[in-house]
Design a protein around this ligand. Sequence first.
Ligand code: CU
Length: 191
Amino acid sequence: MTDETSSTHNHSRSADVAARIERRWAIVAIAVIALIAVMAAYGGIHRATMPQTQVETIDPTTLHLNGEFIESNLGSAIEPNGSVTVRVVGQQYSFTPQCILVPTDTPITIRATSPDVVHGFLIEGTNINTMLVPGYISDLPVQFNKPGEHLMPCHEFCGVGHEGMWGKVKVIDKFDFLQLSTKERRLNCVD
Ligand SMILES: [Cu+2]
């Protein structure tokens, strides 16, 4: 072997090594991207992320006049399938209803919006934490396993009265809730 051929040989061998290492790192990079894409899809589909990608809009100037957020429709309603839907409006500077009444061990959907400015919506002790944005409906699933009370502060500065904007969620036994629901179409604990 002459010096020249051996150096060409070495050169092509190191090029092979470099190509192999590059390929390996490309596979690692693609695997990381694929893993992140799968995690994002899983989080979105299983509602593990907020805000949701699904966007529901509503006209904030007329929500008190017609549609599901008129005053007589606010509060907790039992659906035909046994789940509960709670409709809430956050406005400067209170929530309606101010006290939300819900049953234990029942799938609950909270639907909330705002007619004026952005408010925060948080239920202490749960993963419910979102914003009420005028023009949009926030739709959140929650379930409570035991009776009790949870504070529900507005945690988004919404004006001079912001610090006084508090509500609460009262969780009562499923059986008691069902009994109350035979008397009223929409339940809350302000009455
Ligand atoms: Cu507020």
